[in-house]
Structure formats: structure tokens, C-alpha cells
Write a protein that binds this ligand. Structure first.
Ligand code: HEM
Length: 418
């Protein structure tokens, strides 16, 4: 590894690194940005694969400018996988659809669902999202205490996803919401007591794929105004999408929308409690300030910490000589604390503007399709918590162990019942 000389460990490829406190990890990334911004690391320890199956090291890209460059440059491709591990490409494509495609296939597939997630379309269903958020918090309110992860953060994105894809049946909705949660929980003890991490991921993807096909069969007969109805009707170069295409679309959308937004809701609630003066500023004029606040909360704790690319040809990035076929990992969270872009990056400042955070990626063709929806869900969840549970207080949060998600397992909270 090329990071010898660091005063703090920068062994980001190890589990030990990800067990360290969050502020120590951020300090290591600061060191990398300043001393070795595109650094070489041995194969990452993996929960999904045994060591012998994960043989290749990776470049860690830690500066904002280099992450943006790699995100927008066609030389850095996604078609060979977006995780650090060498997971079989067919498996990843089956679960993550166009997230692991390059042009032109990526553009064709993304184009089919793009308009469903436009800011204008998300605004149209704002009232409906608010109502769901309101109802979930109203159900909790008389209880005085609850785990906010299981009652709100996980459930709200799942319900909205189910609506988008056209799930109307209660049993199918519960099955979809549960499998979407399982998909990103491959190291959660709740699942790994009975399955290996790869089985947790694989069986969730299978359940979602089967649900997609069931739904597709229904919508072929009775189309509605939803994503699966569009998928079954859309033609691609004169051909209908295959069942395989539809299923992997569905799995991608469920995974991409659920974990991200759920973790963002949980972390935002914690960070606002940790920064009472910032929270007070927000609550003085919630509707006028929440848009700005959400951007800073996403900068501060981006739900996705990294995604990977693979170099198509030899090139130079941030001074490093990268060879064709090398894995290049983009550390979005590191870019969010880059002081060449953000003044005083280690201060949470809800008034920060502009805010060029990388929570939704560094731009380019894979920029988050659901950014408008994710922001809207986060706003609605925070609004309802602070309106309906005024003295809401988090006890001891339980964060998940992960190098890809800033995840949250449990968030016990209390409030006064009015
Ligand atoms: C706060 C919430 C969210 C965050 C932080 C987030 C973050 C991200 C990031 C970092 C990427 C990869 C960007 C890249 O590689 O350049 C991504 C891609 C994606 N996101 Fe989100 N996301 C969120 C919510 C959602 C929601 C609600 C949806 C619902 C549809 C969604 C759908 C997608 C899809 C489909 C992609 C793949 C785009 C592509 O490959 O073209 N995301 N998201």
C-alpha cells in the first residue's frame, strides 16, 4: 500500500478500519486526501466473499475533484461491478440492472423509467408522501417510545417504492418491503443467524425478482399508472423488455430507494439531536429552511459511502498511474469533507450554500435517479417527527457495520404522549 507514513491507520481495506469510530475514519480519509489522494490498497476484506475469491486490490479516490472526474469520464466503467469485491458480474447485473451497465445499454434502460422520478413527478405526489409519513408517526405518537428504524425509517421508503411500482395488494407490499430491507442487510445479525451474507443478499434478490414477475403478469392484463406497467409496455429497438430485464430493474429500484433514504432519515434525526443549535435554527422556520438543511445533512452523513468503477484503458487520475482493468473506488463521503470545496467541512452548518456534496454521486450517467424522491421523503419524515413528537429524544442508537452504507439498525426514541 502506498500510504506509509500516515500518523493514523488508513487500512480502509480491512474490517478493523470500519470498526473504528466514525471521526477516526474521517481523519484517515483527510490524511489520504492531503497525502495520497489516489492510493493503492490490497483486496478488501469482504463479508460476501471468502478471501480466496477476492484477489484484486483497488485504487481509493478520496478528493472531491477526482471523484467528480472519475464519475463523468467514460474511461471509468460500471459494467464490471460497483462493489469493491469481485462478485460474479452476472449476479450483480441480475440484482442491480443499469447501475452496472455502461453506455449505450445504460442510457436505454435508464431512459425507460427516468421520467417517473423527475422532480415534477415527485412534486405531484408530495401530498401523498406527506400523508404516509404523517400516518406512520401518528401511529407511534400514543406509545411514547419506539424504535424509529423499524417504525418509520425503513417503512416509509418501502411504502413509497411499493406505490411507484404498482403494488396494491397488502401481502405483496409487506413481502416487497421486507425483501427490500433484507437486500442491503447482508451483515445484519437478524438475518445472518440463519443464512450466510451471500444467501441473505441472494434470497432477497430472488424474492424481489419473483414479485416483479408476478406483478408484471398482472399489469400485462390490467395496466395502471405505475413503473411495472410502463416496463411491460415499453419496446426497446422493436422488442419488449425481457422478464429478466424487468426483474433486475425492480430489484435495483427497491434496493436503491430503501436503504439510502431510510439511513438518511435515521442519521438526520441523530445529527439534529447532537447539534441542538442547528436543530433550533431549522425549527424556527421549518418550511423555509428544510431544503437547505437536507443538503447539509446528506453531506454530513451520506447514506452511500462509496461505489466502484473499473478503468477501461490506462490513464492518470490524481497523479496515480492507473492500468486498464484496475478497480477504482470513489469515496463519496471523503469528498464531502474536502476543504478545497467546503469551508470548515467538519462543522455541520445547515445554512451552507452552495453545497456540492456527493451523496447522490459525482455526476455523470449514474447520478442518482431518485434524488428528488429521496430528498422529499427525508423532508416529510423530519417534518412529521418534529411536529407530532415535539420533545422527541433518541436514546442509544445502534449503527450497522458496513463500508458501503452509513447504516442504522436501531434508533430507540422516547417522547411525551399528549
Ligand atoms: C437519500 C436518498 C438517496 C441517496 C443518498 C442515493 C444515492 C445514490 C448514489 C450515490 C448513487 C450512485 C451514483 C453514481 O454512481 O454516480 C445512486 C444511484 C441510483 N439511485 Fe439513488 N439514492 C437515494 C435515493 C434513491 C431513491 C429514492 C431512488 C428511487 C428510485 C433511487 C434510485 C437510484 C437508481 C435507480 C440509481 C442508479 C442510477 C444509474 O445507474 O443510472 N435512489 N443513488
Amino acid at each position: 500500500m502506498s500510504t506509509a507514513g500516515s500518523a493514523i491507520p488508513t487500512d480502509i481495506e480491512t474490517f478493523a478500519f470500519w470498526e473504528r469510530p466514525h471521526h477516526e475514519r474521517l481523519a484517515a480519509f483527510k490524511w489520504l486526501r492531503e497525502n495520497d489522494p489516489v492510493s493503492w490498497h490490497p483486496p478488501a476484506e469482504s463479508l460476501l466473499l471468502p478471501p480466496e475469491a477476492n484477489r484484486y486490490g483497488f485504487w481509493a479516490v478520496t478528493r472531491h475533484a477526482d471523484i467528480v472526474e472519475a464519475s463523468r469520464n467514460k474511461n471509468f466503467q460500471s459494467g464490471q461491478g460497483v462493489f469493491m469485491e469481485d462478485i460474479d458480474v452476472a449476479t450483480v447485473k441480475g440484482a442491480l440492472s443499469f447501475l452496472v451497465e455502461d453506455q449505450p445499454r445504460h442510457t436505454e434502460l435508464r431512459g425507460i423509467v427516468q421520467s417517473a422520478f423527475s422532480p415534477a413527478n415527485v412534486r405531484k405526489i408530495d401530498g401523498w408522501i406527506r400523508q404516509h409519513a404523517h400516518d406512520l408517526v401518528a401511529e407511534m405518537a400514543p406509545e411514547g417510545a419506539a424504535d424509529v428504524v423499524t417504525r418509520l425509517s425503513k417503512v416509509l421508503p418501502g411504502l413509497i417504492f411499493a406505490h411507484y411500482v404498482g403494488v396494491t395488494d397488502d401481502e405483496m407490499r409487506d413481502r416487497t418491503v421486507h425483501a427490500a430491507d433484507q437486500l442491503g442487510s447482508w451483515n445484519d445479525p437478524a438475518y445472518t443467524q440463519t443464512m450466510t451474507p451471500m444467501e441473505v443478499f441472494g434470497s432477497a434478490a430472488q424474492t424481489l425478482a419473483a414479485t416483479a414477475l408476478e406483478l408484471a403478469a398482472l399489469r400485462r392484463v390490467e395496466p395502471g399508472d405505475d413503473v411495472v406497467s410502463w416496463l411491460v409496455q415499453t419496446e426497446f429497438e422493436g422488442e419488449r423488455m425481457t422478464d429478466h430485464d424487468i426483474a433486475s430493474f425492480f430489484v435495483l429500484l427497491s434496493g436503491a430507494s430503501n436503504d439510502t433514504t431510510g439511513h438518511a432519515i435515521s442519521h438526520s434525526l441523530i445529527e439534529l439531536q447532537r447539534h441542538p443549535e442547528q436543530k433550533a435554527w431549522l425549527l424556527e422556520d421549518f418550511e423555509g429552511r428544510i431544503d437547505n438543511a437536507v443538503e447539509e445533512l446528506l453531506r454530513w452523513r451520506p447514506p452511500i459511502i462509496h461505489f466502484r468503477r473499473t478503468a477501461r484503458e490506462d490513464c492518470t487520475l490524481g497523479g496515480a498511474e492507473i492500468k486498464a482493468g484496475d478497480k477504482v473506488v470513489l469515496w463519496y463521503e471523503s469528498g464531502n469533507f474536502d476543504d478545497t470545496i467546503f469551508d470548515d467541512p467538519f462543522t455541520l452548518d445547515l445554512t451552507r450554500r452552495p453545497n456540492r456534496h456527493l451523496a447522490f454521486g459525482g455526476g455523470g450517467i449514474h447520478f442518482c435517479l431518485g434524488s428528488a424522491l429521496g430528498r422529499q421523503l427525508l423532508k416529510c419524515a423530519l417534518r412529521e417527527v418534529y411536529t407530532q413528537l415535539p420533545d422527541f429524544e433518541i436514546q442509544e442508537p445502534k449503527v450497522g457495520f458496513s463500508n458501503i452504507f452509513n447504516s442504522m439498525r436501531h434508533l430507540p426514541a422516547t417522547w411525551t404522549v399528549s
